[in-house]
Design a protein around this ligand. Structure first.
Ligand SMILES: [Zn+2]
Length: 287
């Protein structure tokens, strides 16, 4: 599943192609978007803004409509110059937004909704801008309070909860815990406020570093001896622990461990040496 940094880069690219330009055509295979477009034609409007909210991508049209899409596992947005052939079959097309220069094509987008400012403000699934670690208005102090309120959860599960911090996905979850030397199975209640605040700060720092212009599409948290692994075929090449089970920890040499965690059965990676479990700190308080 794309993490917040991927959605952020997608929003940035779509924004460059679409913002400030009049839309010349809008098409979709979603009946409710077709209906909206019949009632309020999007062609002739301009795109005011494209933004990421956690894993949601929002396109704001000048007529007041806000197209919110979630890519889940397989969705993606491509940008083509006019006349350029698509890289995916037309049967996968869900949404097309065109202007004089570009076509933005949403392929296999599984979730798409048209909102107004009011319905967006009421929506509980689409994160507020201040909860998104990559948003300039991200409120770290409020995120700390939301995290501390999840005392009974394992910290890795709490990090994945988009209502706590929007944008962190499964890769960053393991990496954030490692960078802070915290065992991912520890209960949030066992953290000091400083430890919890450090996790939030790390989330912000790692995700931000991954939306710098020249880092490509691979998540990078580990750069070794200034080594750049922008397009490594093995995602673990650029990471501390994620995707590296059995391989030596980059800090201590201990084999990295892997375990399925949480109600959603997401995989977690950690170093038992660098991220020890203090007595009584797991979610049952039993260890
Ligand atoms: Zn280690």
């Amino acid at each position: 599943m794309p993490e917040g940094d991927t959605i952020f880069r997608t929003a940035r690219n779509l924004g460059r192609a679409l913002v400030g330009k009049p839309v010349t055509a809008f098409r979709s295979t979603f009946p409710w978007l077709v209906r909206f477009n019949d009632d309020t034609p999007i062609a002739g409007q301009t795109v005011d803004k494209v933004e990421a909210r956690g894993k949601w991508l929002l396109v704001h049209f000048s007529g007041g409509g806000i197209l919110a899409s979630h890519l889940l596992m397989n969705g993606s947005w491509h940008i083509y110059r006019r006349g350029e052939p698509w890289q995916l079959a037309h049967i996968h097309m869900r949404i097309v937004i065109e202007n004089d220069e570009y076509q933005a094509v949403g392929f296999r987008v599984p979730v798409a909704e048209m909102h107004t400012v009011q319905s967006l403000a009421r929506n509980r699934r689409i994160p507020r801008p201040e909860t998104d670690v990559l948003n300039p208005v991200f409120n770290a102090a409020a995120a700390l309070e939301r995290l501390m309120a999840r005392g009974g959860d394992a910290i890795a599960d709490a990090l994945l909860d988009q209502s706590v911090v929007a944008g962190v996905g499964n890769v960053f979850k393991s990496e954030i815990c490692f960078v802070n030397g915290l065992n991912p199975f520890r209960a949030v209640a066992s953290l000091t406020r400083d430890e919890a605040a450090a996790m939030i700060a790390t989330a912000q720092r790692l995700l931000r570093a991954n939306v710098l212009e020249d880092w490509g599409d691979t998540i990078v948290t580990y750069r070794g001896q200034q080594r750049r692994t922008t397009h490594a075929s093995d995602p673990g090449e650029s990471l501390w622990v994620y995707g590296r089970p059995g391989e030596p920890c980059r800090r201590c040499g201990e084999p990295i461990r892997r375990r399925i965690q949480g109600l959603d059965a997401r995989v977690t990676f950690w170093c038992p040496q660098c991220q020890p479990m203090p007595d009584g700190s797991d979610v049952d308080g039993s260890q």
